[in-house]
Design a protein around this ligand. Structure first.
Ligand code: ACO
Length: 401
């Protein structure tokens, strides 16, 4: 019996699955994830190998177009991105008009949405060529928006990038170049950025990616869909956890480093506090990204000669959780956000910019998922509900209520 016949025979069959814990929303060829075994692969390549050997732009190409690029393909891709890296000067005025206290994620999502207004040709993209143009545009302009978001907070001039540099080098220079000073690339920071961006680049149908796909399914443009995805990522249960983790670790440090007290709070069901950076909807084993990032945190801090007591607090919490029945029974392990903030901090990135860095890494994944959804001509996303409200009532005039 097909679904249409079933529906009309039963007056509508609907599954109810709050939080979509067991509902697939699409078929996808992009990212493979086995939460029980802790496996993550992009287009069949293991995350461990990509983080070790690949470059972020190569991985972006792989995610979006399905194959690792040849040197020629990568050159063309990068050159098209560079040609599109100018942001309309009026966007600079918008950045200037935000209050200094604005959260960078609010600024980034607004600026991404504003790009739609400044680039109307990127809205109705039906052909593959139109899609490609929209994709290289956003990959060119997004790092500028990220850098401006950070520089605005720091009161630094909003400069453009340097197109003679690699994609990652250019991002760092745009973020960190100080006025009237020479800028020197720091290889350790560059490698750390490359690794973090790759590890964040896609994670199948998470909250922000599902948002991008569902907004895009109404044929709203790519930039509008991405802006919605950025807002979804901002929440502390999702990407916003990286900021929340660092704030939590800092609070524990200020409080004398008493990790046991915070473990008890996290287990207390009358207390809304959760151990940020722990637990995952899909991983019921170690998040493979967290394993790589933990190792990288040790290496990067060591290479930079940074001694951060917060890293020790984080390791202590992890150790306690691994031996605590509450965490063991619920299969709560560190996720991608638990150690990433420690590296961002060592790189000199302010805490409230951490989720923006996550968005920068996730950009190619969101684009790949949006492109796949459009190429597969998926229908508009429109879930049903189980109505539990009042049944039919008659209107009562205001003087009779
Ligand atoms: N600290 C303490 N208890 C927790 C935690 C935590 N971090 N995470 C889950 N639990 C407990 C819940 O209280 C619940 O306990 P119960 O069965 O006794 O009621 C059980 O574990 C299952 O938790 P759910 O909230 O039902 O799991 P869900 O899959 O809906 O949530 C989530 C996953 C949102 C990631 C959750 O683990 C969480 O809030 N973690 C902290 C925030 C975080 O780190 N988010 C980043 C996730 S990674 C990412 O999005 C990039």
């Amino acid at each position: 019996i097909d679904i249409k016949t079933l529906r009309s025979a039963t007056g509508g069959v609907t599954t109810l699955d709050a939080g979509y814990k067991n509902t697939g929303s699409c078929e996808s060829e992009i990212t493979f994830l086995d939460g029980e075994k802790g496996i993550l692969r992009y287009r069949g390549y293991s995350i461990e190998e990509l983080a070790e050997k690949a470059d972020f732009l190569e991985v972006s190409y792989l995610l979006i177009f399905g194959e690792l690029p040849t040197a020629e393909q990568l050159d063309k891709f990068h050159s098209d991105i560079k040609k599109n890296s100018v942001v309309d000067d009026d966007i600079r005025k918008i950045v200037d008009s935000f209050p200094k206290f604005a959260h960078p994620m609010g600024v980034l999502s607004s600026l991404t949405s504003a790009l739609t207004a400044f680039n109307p040709s990127s809205v109705n993209v039906d052909s593959e060529a139109d899609m490609y143009n929209a994709i290289v545009k956003i990959l060119g302009k997004f790092p500028v928006l990220v850098a401006w978001t950070m520089r605005k907070k720091q009161g630094l001039p909003l400069d453009y990038g340097d197109n003679s540099l690699d994609y990652g080098e250019n991002i760092l220079k745009m973020m960190f170049k100080q006025p009237n000073q020479d800028y020197h690339q720091n290889k350790i920071i560059l490698n750390a950025l490359n690794k973090l961006l790759i590890l964040h680049a896609d994670h199948e149908q998470n909250c922000s990616t599902s948002t991008v796909r569902i907004v895009g399914s109404s044929h709203a443009g790519l930039f509008a869909s991405l802006s919605a995805g950025i807002s979804a990522l901002w929440g502390p249960l999702h990407g916003g956890a990286n900021q929340a983790v660092l704030e939590m670790l800092e609070a524990i440090k200020q409080d004398g480093g008493d990790t046991k007290k915070y473990m008890a709070k996290a287990k207390d069901k009358t207390d809304p506090f959760r151990l940020m950076g722990f637990g995952h909807r899909v991983y019921k084993n170690f998040d493979p990204r967290a394993k790589i990032i933990k190792k990288a945190a040790d290496e990067v801090l060591g290479d930079l000669g940074v001694k951060d007591p917060i890293l020790e607090i984080a390791k202590g919490l992890e150790q306690e959780a691994l031996n605590d029945p509450y965490f063991v029974e619920r299969k709560l392990y560190p996720n991608v956000d638990f150690y990433s903030g420690i590296i961002y901090r060592a790189m000199g990135i302010p805490t409230d910019m951490f989720t923006v860095m996550f968005a920068l890494g996730r950009l190619p994944g969101w684009i790949a998922q949006w492109r796949e959804m459009r190429l597969r001509k998926e229908p508009i996303g429109r879930p049903r509900q189980l109505y539990i409200g009042k049944t039919e009532r008659s209107f009562v005039f205001i003087d009779k209520r």
